[in-house]
Write a protein that binds this ligand. Structure first.
Ligand code: CO
Length: 214
């Protein structure tokens, strides 16, 4: 298939998808157009092998999605924080998921000292995660195991960035939600793993630093 054919194929795929949806439910698109009430906000990596809805087995309308390189929530990132604010205080999602994946190119690049130009600043966020957990990570002799652990610790730290936001703190005081979860996707078997991060213990230590009087 030529490059142009591959491009055109997408529209053919789209028409088939529309037909199959209509076949099962003639009012499918009327419902889709009427609004969204997703229960999940998913923050994940932009990697093409980790499609949020598909790996969660969810349909359009079920999950509000934000993706970037290495699923990072930077404190000054207006994009990510607009997504979080909208999801939490307008859509009132019950769950926020930060999902990383083993074999993440962004995390791998941050483990090397290579200069990556405009990407340096973004990847430095992951180097900061490494610095915070240096003792644990340097204690892992196997490089692949260390890489996998950094993927997990990056998820943990980005979850903490989500928990620190006024959007989440305000909502939590009001309705005891959303719950924040850290997940990792394994490309080798397709399985999602809940890291079951002990946020209560972690936050106990840092609550006084990040608590906002909201
Ligand atoms: Co990635």
């Amino acid at each position: 298939m030529s490059r142009l054919e591959k491009y055109r194929q997408v529209f053919e795929n789209n028409r088939r998808w529309v037909e199959s949806k209509r076949e099962h439910d003639s009012t499918y698109f009327e419902r889709l157009a009427s609004g969204q009430q997703p229960e999940f906000l998913y923050i994940g990596c932009a990697d093409s092998r980790v499609p949020a809805n598909e790996i969660m087995g969810l349909e359009p309308g079920d999950v509000f999605v934000h993706r970037n390189v290495a699923n990072i929530v930077v404190n000054t990132d207006l994009n990510a924080h607009t997504v979080i604010e909208y999801a939490v205080n307008h859509l009132e999602v019950d769950h926020i998921i930060v999902c990383g994946h083993y074999g993440c190119g962004g995390v791998g690049a941050a483990m090397k000292s290579q200069d990556l130009g405009v990407m340096n600043g973004w990847l430095r966020e992951i180097r900061d995660v490494f610095r915070l957990h240096k003792a644990e990570l340097m204690g892992i002799a196997d490089e692949e195991a260390r890489y996998r652990r950094l993927v997990e610790l990056n998820v943990q730290e980005q979850c903490i960035h989500v928990l620190k936001t006024a959007s989440v703190q305000k909502s939590y005081l009001k309705r005891k939600l959303p719950t924040v979860h850290g997940w990792v996707f394994d490309l080798h078997d397709g399985l999602l793993k809940d890291l079951e991060i002990p946020f209560d213990d972690i936050l106990e230590d840092i609550r006084e630093i990040y608590r906002l009087d909201v």
